[in-house]
Design a protein around this ligand. Structure first.
Ligand SMILES: Nc1ncnc2c1ncn2[C@@H]1O[C@H](COP(=O)(O)OP(=O)(O)OP(=O)(O)O)[C@@H](O)[C@H]1O
Length: 222
C-alpha cells in the first residue's frame, strides 16, 4: 500500500542550557490518501514538534519521513522546501499570510512557489471559502474568521496531497470552525490527506482517526 505520509520512529530532543526536553520519542505514523487524522494531546505533549518534523520545517534527531514516497528528512533545506511547496499545505493558528500582500497576492505567491499560478483555481478557492469580496484586502483588514479562511486558501493553493494544520481553529468562532471543517472534509473526500493538531473535540469528532500523544509518544490506549 502506498502512503501519502510515512513517518518512522521519529525522535526530537531540544537542548537548553540546563536541560534536555524529549519532545518526540519514537513516533511512527502512516497515513493514506483521503484520511483526516487528528493529533491530540495535552499542552507540551509534542504535537507542534511532530508536525514540524513531518513538514520538514524541522529535522528530527532520529527516524525519517517520506511524503508521497519521497524522503524529506536528512536533506538540504532547499530540497525540503521544494518537496514542501509541491506536496504540503501548512495551516497555522495565525500568521498564515504575509502582511504586506493582499489575500489574492498571498495565494498567488504560494502557487508561484509551487511552480504555477492558476487564476481559475484562485477564483474557485476564494468562492469555496466565501472570500471573493475580500480578495483585495490586506491581512490587517480581515476579521479573525476571514484570516483563518484566507490562510486555508493559501494552504490549499497548490493543490497539495497533504495538509498539515497546527491548531487551525484555535482562534476562530464556532461558525468559522464548522466552515473550515466542512471544506476540509469535502477536500478529503476528493483525496486530500489532512493531519491536524488540535484541542478541539469538534475536529476530533470529524476525524477518521485520532492519534493521541502523551509525553512525545503515541498513546495506543488513547
Ligand atoms: N524550540 C524549543 N526549544 C526548547 N524546547 C522546546 C522548543 N519547542 C518546544 N519545546 C518543548 O518541547 C515540548 C513539546 O512542545 P510542543 O510545542 O511540540 O507541544 P504541543 O503539544 O504542541 O503543545 P501546545 O498544545 O501547548 O501547543 C514542550 O516541553 C516544549 O516546552
Amino acid at each position: 500500500m502506498s502512503f501519502v505520509l510515512n513517518a518512522w520512529d521519529l525522535y526530537r530532543f531540544y537542548h537548553t542550557a540546563e536541560s534536555e526536553v524529549l519532545a518526540v520519542r519514537g513516533v511512527s505514523l502512516k497515513v493514506t490518501a483521503g484520511e483526516m487524522v487528528a493529533v491530540m494531546g495535552p499542552s507540551g505533549s509534542g504535537k507542534s514538534t511532530l508536525l514540524n518534523c513531518l513538514s520538514g520545517i524541522d529535522e528530527p534527531d532520529g527516524g525519517y519521513v517520506e511524503i508521497m514516497g519521497q524522503r524529506i528528512t536528512r536533506k538540504a533545506e532547499r530540497e525540503r522546501a521544494a518537496i514542501r511547496a509541491k506536496h504540503i499545505g501548512i495551516l497555522l493558528q495565525k500568521e498564515n499570510l504575509i502582511p504586506h500582500l493582499t489575500v489574492k497576492e498571498n495565494i498567488c505567491l504560494q502557487m508561484a512557489l509551487a511552480g504555477q499560478i492558476d487564476y481559475k483555481r484562485i477564483e474557485e478557492l476564494l468562492g469555496e471559502l466565501g472570500m471573493i469580496e475580500r480578495q483585495y484586502a490586506y491581512p490587517r483588514q480581515l476579521s479573525g474568521g476571514e484570516n483563518a479562511r484566507a490562510g486555508l486558501a493559501v494552504a490549499l493553493a497548490s493543490d497539495p496531497a497533504l495538509l498539515l494544520a497546527d491548531e487551525p481553529t484555535g482562534e476562530v468562532d464556532r461558525k468559522t470552525e464548522e466552515l473550515i471543517l466542512d471544506l476540509l472534509a469535502a477536500k478529503c473526500k476528493q483525496g486530500l490527506t489532512a493531519i491536524t493538531s488540535t484541542h478541539s473535540l469538534i475536529i476530533a469528532a470529524r476525524a477518521d482517526r485520532i492519534v493521541a500523544l502523551q509525553d512525545g509518544r503515541i498513546n495506543d490506549a488513547g
